[in-house]
Design a protein. Structure first.
Ligand code: SF4
Ligand code: SF4
Length: 151
């Protein structure tokens, strides 16, 4: 029952496709290679990034480290270079607390290989397949009812 409720909450209320499972190992990798996404997509230039700095304190922590085919790459200045831990752990922004979220996939990003977290699909392949099959049957019935050609 709890599993069903959890699944309903994640998929229907939050619109999620993945569960986050695991724990942070404190390697600091995700604070070292950060892409930033805004309304127009992944940030490509410093001019656009400067505008974002006024919107949330998280952006003021970031420093440009380079650029690749995805966009600008940032590193967070709150990362302790010796311990690899966050210097403001207790007051870190929500975006850091919720990391990793499935949005990283839509930005072309991936989880670091050694990350203690993983993102697991909420629905199994069989469940997705059954849903597609059911919708296709429904469509055929509607097409027959309204004499439409089934595609
Ligand atoms: S604030 Fe802390 S947890 Fe967030 S990106 Fe910076 S170092 Fe990482
Ligand atoms: S990459 Fe994963 S394990 Fe490493 S600090 Fe980030 S969340 Fe934690």
């Amino acid at each position: 029952m709890f599993t069903k409720l959890k699944k309903f909450y994640y998929t229907k209320i939050l619109g999620r496709k993945y569960y986050r499972v695991g724990n942070c190992k404190g390697c600091g990798r995700c604070c070292r290679q950060i892409y930033v996404k805004h309304a127009k997509g992944v940030i490509q230039n410093e001019e656009d990034f400067e505008k974002l700095k006024h919107q949330h304190r998280f952006y003021t922590y970031l420093k440009v480290m380079g650029k690749d085919e995805i966009g600008l790459i940032f590193e967070c200045q709150n990362l302790d270079s010796e311990t690899h831990l966050c210097k403001i752990h207790k007051t870190r922004p929500g975006i850091c607390r919720r990391y990793p979220q499935e949005e990283i996939f839509t930005m072309g990003g991936v989880l670091s290989q050694d990350c203690g977290y993983s993102l697991v699909p909420i629905e199994t392949f069989e469940e997705v397949f059954a849903k597609v099959e059911k919708n296709s049957k429904k469509k055929t019935i509607w097409d027959k009812l309204f004499n439409r050609e089934s595609k």
